[in-house]
Design a protein. Structure first.
Lengths: 315, 497
């Protein structure tokens, strides 16, 4: 029994990384006042590019770790590029963000699938990146397995949480982002370029979504397929609301969701007779239930979320 | 500024306006709501680009692409609608513009704090740097705005109705302070309040419908002359001279305790009684529990203990709907966010509170023609100036929005009315109108709780005046006992023996 629980918990951290990166990225978008439903599409493109580079270098066989990291970098770059395009559409041309986001999602998922068939063909696996046992710490019973023997990207992703908090709450850029998403008119009157800030946040946020996708293909599944992302981008958007735009709470949401997901896989694998269709639903039901019961306190919310900024429109 | 012209879709907001301000001068820019004063100042700050005309500073033509450029030229503006980010602290709001504290990867909040303290002590404007803006009352937010602008080192100050949220004492202090500051600063001062204009400004320019109708030295003209030029007619504010009403108690508040957003006691064992046909003015510096009181009465904030009785019915902790059903009318403090739905049309806003009743709907379908008839009648009756009843209410000027709210609240014939800062930021003409209306409903036997910081307003309209301080009633005076000085002292928290 203990083994099963430890096993479940030790899956939690590596499996939560993609959600974590994507939702922190989405948090930056939303803090700046833009919500990007296209997260799923950006993740798909990131996953494809991330997988393509080590695959092309090694033909599916072993490759130098540097190709894997080149894959991550390329995925982040493609993400940032998609964020830039999304910015042109929603910030400069002030298109409705929801619709534009759905467009980006369809484009990303579709383009990734098509390019994958063209450049790779069928399902091909790559070696991926290895887990690293942290000396000493990983030898601690139970704790060691759960926290200290994961791949390097998982560690980096969790180390990024305090960094994200610092960026958001302590840097001039974070200050600009929060102002642009909450009261763009005030930000404007203080000499802050609202649109530029939104572009920057979109590029950072989408770069993180691209990374999240690449994590799935390089570190987690070690392959690419059309259904690799399977709604994680949308869950990431929901987690931002769940976490009230705060990195720590968003992280909590990502962990909770992942735990529910590993729980249901473990329950299935134990052969308990329980309809698996219902078990698979569990994490999603959980998100809906928790979302309906979390505080609706809008005081800390970015109140200009979803509204394009136009200085000369009087409101 | 020379020959400034600015067109908005359907409106000529500035029509060939020229103004000039010398060093150390104070120019008062006077005009009714919607006369184009704020637009002109937004052009000066680089927030809007003018269609025609040019701006000269020290005889050099300048082009401001944004407020950043204007700051650099030493201009600073305190906006009428507060330019504050509500989910950030006061400190962070100041830091937003205080670029000296922007290190590469860090905002030096300590430097901002020092700067705020320096400015607060120098000008006697106390603010709590760690409070979130959403926790502050309107008056406190205004102080933050002033501190913010001063922190950014403005040498040329534009003040868009800076005193509309301040108490008379604070206003006097501010005026003394601004006068003192003219040694180092030039000021453009937008106001409706003519005694302030007289006290502070050396020159006055009057705008009407986007045009300069008058310019001159303030000292050469009396307040009455300026008021007449501004509105085009003489203004006499009405006064309540009726004898004390002896009606039944309409609203009884019995020892209520209500929490503020910060979790402290906003109202502490607060009691007050208002009769039918009586206006009770609640005077006090904003932030002493007025907002919480209005919200508690109207079912928008829980009451921890005590009772609120409206015409014999207990209404504490009931829903806003129940309170409305019980006959309550409410003119809220935040007219744009609580009084109207800005994106809805005037017509819809006027019908909003009774939309589910027989009057405006049947079987869940809105009676469009009833809605329209109602709107046309009220727009006429209350002199709401608008392009049409289908116009979004949020695009109207403050005075006209207030008339929409007043029209709705009065026309649904409430049995009691809570009016919170009903004339804040309005011009003399609108104030006159609203005061007349309030007195008229008083005559019809309805009790009114008037919450205001304007002592003139309170003393002109009230039968009795209660002074609120730190969540309790400090003292209740009859109209003839009240003087400005006495109220001012009570509002400052000094107990009378």
């Amino acid at each position: 029994m203990v083994d099963i629980v430890v096993n479940m918990l030790s899956m939690c951290i590596p499996f939560s990384v993609a959600l974590l990166l994507a939702s922190i990225g989405e948090m930056f978008n939303q803090r700046a006042g833009v919500f990007n439903l296209g997260c799923e599409g950006v993740m798909a493109m990131g996953a494809f590019i991330g997988m393509l580079i080590p695959f092309a270098a090694g033909g599916g066989g072993p490759v130098s770790q540097w190709y894997n990291f080149l894959g991550f970098a390329a995925a982040a770059a493609v993400g940032a590029l998609l964020g830039l395009i999304f910015g042109v559409i929603t910030v400069t041309f002030r298109a409705p963000q929801g619709i534009a986001g759905i467009g980006l999602q369809m484009f990303g998922v579709g383009a990734a699938g098509t390019l994958f068939r063209h450049f790779v063909g069928g399902t091909q696996s790559i070696p991926g990146i290895p887990d690293i046992d942290i000396p000493l710490l990983s030898k601690i019973p139970l704790i060691g397995d759960i926290f200290f023997s994961h791949n390097v990207m998982a560690y980096l992703a969790y180390l990024f949480i305090p960094v994200a908090m610092y960026i958001l709450f302590k840097t001039p850029w974070g200050l600009r982002v929060r102002a642009a998403g909450t009261n763009p008119r005030a930000a404007d009157s203080m000499g802050i370029n609202v649109n530029r800030t939104r572009y920057e946040a979109l590029m950072l946020g989408s770069a993180l979504a691209g990374l999240a996708g690449a994590y799935l293909s390089i570190a987690q599944a070690k392959l690419f397929s059309d259904s690799l992302i399977s709604g994680r981008g949308f869950i990431a958007v929901a987690l931002v609301y769940f976490g009230h735009w705060h990195p720590l709470k968003v992280m909590g949401g990502a962990l909770l969701f992942t735990f529910a997901q590993t729980f249901q896989t473990v329950v299935q694998s134990m052969g308990i007779s329980f309809p698996y269709e219902l078990a698979v639903m569990l994490p999603y039901v959980l998100v809906i239930v928790v979302l309906s019961f979390t505080s609706k306190d809008q005081r800390m919310a970015p109140t200009a979320l979803g509204q394009p900024f136009n200085r000369e429109i009087r409101t | 500024m020379e020959h400034i012209t600015k067109r908005f879709p359907g409106v000529l907001a500035s029509d060939d306006i020229s103004i000039s301000v010398g060093e150390g001068e104070v120019l008062a820019l006077v005009g009714e709501n919607g006369a184009g004063k704020t637009t002109l100042m937004n052009i000066l700050m680089g927030l809007y680009q003018s269609d025609e005309g040019r701006i000269l500073i020290n005889d050099r033509e300048v082009h401001f692409r944004g407020p950043e450029d204007a700051f650099r030229a030493g201009l600073g503006m305190v906006h009428q609608t507060y330019m504050l980010v509500h989910n950030m602290t006061v400190l962070e709001n100041v830091a937003l513009g205080y670029k000296n504290a922007w290190k590469h990867v860090r905002v030096d909040l300590d430097a901002v704090r020092t700067r705020i303290e320096e400015i607060s002590t120098r000008y006697g404007l106390s603010v709590n740097p760690d409070a979130y803006v959403w926790q502050l009352s309107v008056g406190e937010q205004q102080r933050v705005e002033l501190v913010k602008t001063l922190c950014l080192g403005a040498r040329f100050l534009i003040l868009d109705e800076p005193t509309s949220a301040l108490t008379p004492q604070e206003t006097d202090e501010l005026i003394a302070l601004l006068k003192n500051m003219t040694k180092e600063l030039s000021i453009i001062f937008i106001s409706h309040k003519l005694q302030e204009v007289k006290a502070l400004s050396s020159k006055v320019t009057i705008l009407r419908h986007g045009k300069v109708v008058f310019s001159g030295n303030t000292d050469d003209y009396s307040s009455q002359e300026i008021a007449a030029k501004m509105t085009g007619h003489e203004i006499v504010l009405p006064k309540n001279r009726a004898s004390m009403p002896d009606g039944e108690e309409a609203l009884g508040i019995d020892g209520i305790t209500v929490m503020s957003d910060m979790g402290t006691k906003a109202l502490d064992n607060f009691s007050l009684s208002v009769r039918s046909g009586e206006i009770v003015g609640l005077a006090g510096v904003s932030g002493n529990g007025q907002r919480e009181l209005a919200e508690a009465i109207n079912g928008l904030r829980p009451v921890e203990s005590g009772r609120i009785v409206l015409l014999g019915k207990e209404i504490q902790n009931r829903s806003a709907h129940d309170v409305i059903q019980a006959g309550m009318g409410y003119i809220p403090e935040e007219r744009n966010t609580e009084g109207i739905v800005p994106s809805f049309s005037i017509m819809e806003n006027l019908a909003l509170k009774d939309i589910t009743t027989e009057k405006f709907s049947s079987h869940g379908i809105v009676k469009k023609d009833e809605e329209e008839k109602n709107a046309i009648r009220l727009v006429e009756g209350f002199d709401i100036r608008c392009p049409g009843i289908a116009t979004a209410a949020g695009t109207l000027s403050g005075g006209n929005i207030q008339k929409v709210i007043l029209a709705r609240e009065i026309d649904r014939k409430p049995e009691f009315l809570v009016a919170v800062y009903p004339t804040r930021g309005l011009d003399m003409g609108a104030v006159e109108f609203i005061h007349q209306r309030l007195l008229a409903i008083r005559e019809s036997g309805i009790g009114i709780l008037l919450i205001s910081e304007e002592l003139d307003e309170i003393m002109n309209l009230s039968d009795r005046i209660a002074v609120i301080y730190k969540g309790s009633v400090q003292k209740i005076l009859n109209r003839d006992e009240a003087t400005k000085e006495r109220l001012g002292i009570l509002m400052a928290g000094v107990k009378e023996e």
